[in-house]
Design a protein around this ligand. Structure first.
Ligand code: A2P
Length: 273
């Protein structure tokens, strides 16, 4: 019912899209790309519901879709859609989704929504992206959006994971930006990348929250502490992380914004399947 593409599809599922690539990053993380409905327009940072058909009900034989919210990790100009996911062994969706292969179909409801969008922020000088774990996904989209660089002089990406391998998806993305044929020139040297781990030794350690409150990140990057005149923040992580960082940002004098009332920072929960 949501499928408005005029092209006939080989699909039997409603809102079906075809998997075009799958990459496994660790035993807990993978990313994949699917075909994009022709009618789908979205703003970088938004999410959609995706999923698979559940097993048939033993009594009725009917199948229901299992859907979860996923941030779109690809930019709005990309002809495919990319997603980045955790694998939860007992997760109703990801225990199965992790086994998808090229040519398989997934369900994608083409109704993008979300608060992690540039339009919900007032103009500023420096944009801070704060992510834990798979919370890097919406930033993977925003970091490839020309708008990000047209609106901000500088973009600081803080991403924290327990282990080094969990940073790899974000690292390759950030490190590939300057060479990207479409946006590389716009990106230039605007992006400052600050990855940290908390449970495995790496060149930079510690929680984002601790590195902000101690002032370590400002000292390491040679930046002044955040202030509401110049700095804007986008947050995507676990509920506990979001709560803690919001308090810190408010301590710097920043206020939470929304589509209807832009301000200095926005927050989205990183979704777990
Ligand atoms: P830590 O290892 O100290 O718990 P998770 O895998 O549990 O979602 O965590 C992802 C990353 O986010 C980990 O590095 C974790 O650090 C960090 N983290 C979890 N909760 C918070 C929080 N409330 N504030 C800051 N960082 C957090």
């Amino acid at each position: 019912m949501d499928q408005t593409s005029p092209l006939p599809k080989p699909a039997t599922l409603p809102d079906a899209q075809t998997v075009t690539s799958v990459q496994h990053w660790t035993d807990r993380l993978f990313s994949f790309r699917v075909t994009r409905p022709q009618s789908l327009r979205f703003r970088s940072g938004e999410f959609v519901m995706i999923g698979l058909m559940g097993d048939p009900d033993p009594k009725t034989g009917k199948q229901k879709p299992i859907l979860r919210a996923y941030s779109i990790a690809s930019p709005s100009w990309d002809e495919e859609l990319e997603f980045y996911s955790i694998k939860v062994p007992d997760g109703p969706l990801t225990s199965r989704l992790q086994h998808i292969e090229v040519g398989d179909q997934i369900i994608l409801r083409p109704k993008p929504v979300g608060t992690l969008v540039l339009d919900a922020l007032l103009p500023g000088k420096r944009l801070w992206m704060f992510a834990t774990g798979t919370g890097i996904a919406p930033f993977a989209s925003l970091l490839r959006d020309p708008d990000t660089y047209e609106r901000y002089d500088e973009v600081v990406v803080m991403h924290t994971c327990r282990e080094v391998g969990e940073l790899e998806y974000g690292r390759q993305l950030v490190e590939g930006l300057a060479e990207d044929p479409l946006i590389g020139e716009l990106v230039g040297d605007k992006v400052r990348y600050y990855p940290t781990t908390t449970r495995e030794q790496s060149p930079r350690m510690g929680r984002i929250t601790d590195n902000l409150t101690s002032g370590k990140v400002f000292a390491d990057l040679g930046l002044p502490p955040m202030d509401p005149e110049h700095d804007r923040g986008m947050v995507c992580g676990s509920l506990a992380f979001n709560k803690d960082i919001m308090a810190i940002l408010e301590g710097f004098g920043l206020r939470e914004g929304a589509n209807s009332e832009p301000a200095e920072f926005v927050v989205e929960k990183a979704f777990v399947g």
